[in-house]
Write a new protein. Structure first.
Length: 222
């Protein structure tokens, strides 16, 4: 909940949580921007960044940085914001989002979760394991991303999800929606790209490895 530029947790407890999963290879300004926008649009208390130990759809990626460097880059980007950076997938030993969500929901019964993704992820959502189960377990908020909207709206997953789309004007009521439910969010996006960052600086992760990166201001650990 936001009031005059200050985020205030309901009764001092964060209960409305947005979940943003990814490789964060590296985390960058666009991740932060979409999270801040979602906090406003969905009236969230926090956004949790779930840094994946290994993305099943990117197993053949040759430029995947070490997990600790990706986690550190996420903590750096999340500083001074109601964003909790978590390595919970590594702790839980989960590899797929559906399994992570099942365990999160069971472990935090008093919290309400909504899954956040960009339209580039919606485009390939049908490739995720048990993607329909994900949609039945938590509502989904999709942020438009330039260059991907057309493919996302024509994707196999959207063909099934289209009937469950909720009005954007009612986005703050997401805890009351009957599942499955999806809302499309549109706001000015940050053009920063992890692909371009890696292309410009293939050794970016060295900046986030000890002893070079030991005294940064970190977000809350999850």
């Amino acid at each position: 909940m936001r009031k005059k530029g200050v985020y205030i947790r309901r009764n001092g407890v964060a209960t409305r949580i947005g979940l943003l999963g990814g490789s964060f290879n590296p985390a960058h300004a666009a991740h932060r921007h979409i999270s801040i926008q979602a906090l406003h649009a969905l009236d969230l208390d926090e956004v949790w960044w779930l840094v994946s130990p290994g993305n099943p759809l990117k197993d053949d990626a040759h430029d995947m940085a070490p997990f600790e460097a990706r986690l550190a880059s996420a903590r750096y980007q999340a500083r001074h914001a109601p964003i909790r950076v978590s390595d919970i997938e590594r702790k839980l030993g989960t590899r797929y989002t559906a399994d992570t969500l099942r365990k999160l929901i069971r472990h935090y019964p008093k919290k309400r979760f909504i899954w956040l993704m960009g339209s580039d992820n919606l485009d390939q959502f049908h490739r995720w394991r048990d993607w329909r189960k994900i949609a039945r377990d938590v509502p989904i908020a999709v942020a438009a991303r330039p260059g991907y909207d057309g493919d996302a709206l024509a994707s196999p997953a959207m063909g099934w999800l289209r009937r469950f789309v909720q009005p954007a004007g009612q986005a703050k009521n997401w805890t009351k929606w009957r599942l499955p439910a999806l809302v499309l969010m549109r706001f000015r996006l940050d053009p920063t790209s992890a692909t371009r960052i890696r292309a410009a600086d293939p050794a970016w992760h060295r900046r986030f490895a000890p002893p070079h990166f030991t005294n940064c201001t970190m977000a809350s650990k999850g």
